[in-house]
Design a protein. Structure first.
Length: 112
């Protein structure tokens, strides 16, 4: 059985591909040569690179989650982008941090 998060990642990846983005999913990279981190989607188009985190479940993202996305995007020299289903939420602090670091947030209401 495929997890809902994996299905939502596939939905987002296919949407990006239809918009002519080059898409790589579930990349594992090293941070400072030691610690590993995972990127849900890396998308490129017109010399613009986006490091994308995808959240589909009923969860509340904290400022630390946004900071992790920003750190990954800086490491990969891309722009941070967060795709969220309507069930996922952000804390007030997470919204402030996202705005400060210019994290673009896309809400997807219907995807199944």
């Amino acid at each position: 059985m495929v997890r809902k998060g994996r299905k939502f990642e596939g939905f987002v990846a296919n949407k990006l591909k239809r918009s002519k983005y080059k898409v790589k999913r579930n990349l594992i990279k090293r941070l400072n040569g030691k610690k590993k981190f995972e990127v849900d989607i890396l998308a490129e188009k017109n010399n613009e690179k986006y490091v994308i985190e995808v959240k589909s479940g009923k969860q509340t993202l904290k400022s630390s989650d946004i900071k992790k996305l920003v750190k990954k995007s800086k490491k990969l020299r891309g722009k941070p982008l967060l795709y969220m289903s309507s069930r996922a939420k952000l804390t007030k602090n997470a919204k402030v941090i996202a705005k400060f670091y210019n994290v673009h947030i896309k809400r997807v209401r219907r995807w199944q």
